[in-house]
Design a binder for this molecule. Structure first.
Ligand SMILES: O=c1nc[nH]c2c1ncn2[C@H]1C[C@H](O)[C@@H](COP(=O)(O)OP(=O)(O)OP(=O)(O)O)O1
Ligand SMILES: [Mg+2]
Length: 197
């Protein structure tokens, strides 16, 4: 089985990539190697995903993928966006990020709490142009945390069509509808074709 390196240290993402890809590839992440954090200085998900994928592709001299993702909240002018991981500070704590988000949205009525998760997957090959794939998933920011599955903002990301938060879905259900599942569906054929060249 061929190895696919994903330039991430996020355990929640790694679990989802493993669930979706383990039949196809031997998925490795930055937690399997001793690699320093790659800076995310871009202003778009595409820039950050490309920077992470390219840094790792050049370190290993082979194809690497990366995921840059986050939450866009309409009532907050699409924030936290690319800053989602660091919303409450550089320590990147999910609990603190959720608390800050709920505080910012205090008093905002349900119909104005619309949001979306966005995921951009970049695939980089040394010496070639990096390609990006984008997926998104619409929801509403729930005023209280519910559910224990998933990671990040999942406990407050409410899906009206399921009457559940993302954290109340099984991993199979989440991967079918999530921003990451959608971006990966678009990326998988390109990864597979590029790997076999
Ligand atoms: O499915 C998701 N369910 C809930 N929350 C999510 C999801 N997908 C992204 N998110 C949130 C988590 C984090 O606050 C930010 C990603 O930030 P992002 O920089 O892409 O990832 P990260 O720094 O945690 O790991 P890394 O850069 O090593 O891949 O968006
Ligand atoms: Mg990051």
């Amino acid at each position: 089985m061929k190895t696919l390196i994903i330039a991430t240290k996020n355990k929640g993402k790694i679990a989802e990539f493993n669930d979706m890809l383990q039949d196809r590839w031997d998925v490795k992440s930055l937690l399997d190697y001793d690699i320093a954090d790659i800076p995310e200085n871009g202003s778009t998900f595409e820039e950050n995903a490309a920077a992470k994928a390219e840094a790792v592709a050049s370190m290993f001299g082979c194809m690497a993928a990366a995921d840059d993702s986050g939450l866009e909240v309409d009532a907050l002018n699409q924030e936290p966006g690319v800053y989602s991981a660091r919303y409450a500070g550089p320590q990147k704590n999910d609990e603190e990020n959720i608390n800050k988000l709920l505080q910012e949205l205090k008093g905002v009525p349900e119909e104005e709490r619309t949001a979306r998760f966005v995921c951009v997957i970049a695939v980089a090959v040394p010496g070639e142009k990096t390609i990006t794939f984008r997926g998104s998933c619409d929801g509403v920011i729930h005023p209280v945390k519910e559910g224990a599955n998933g990671f990040g903002y999942d406990p407050v990301f409410f899906l009206p069509s399921y009457n559940k938060t993302m954290a109340q879905l099984s991993s199979v259900q989440k991967n079918e509808i999530s921003h990451r599942g959608k971006a990966l569906k678009l990326a998988a054929d390109y990864i597979s074709n590029t790997m076999n060249e």
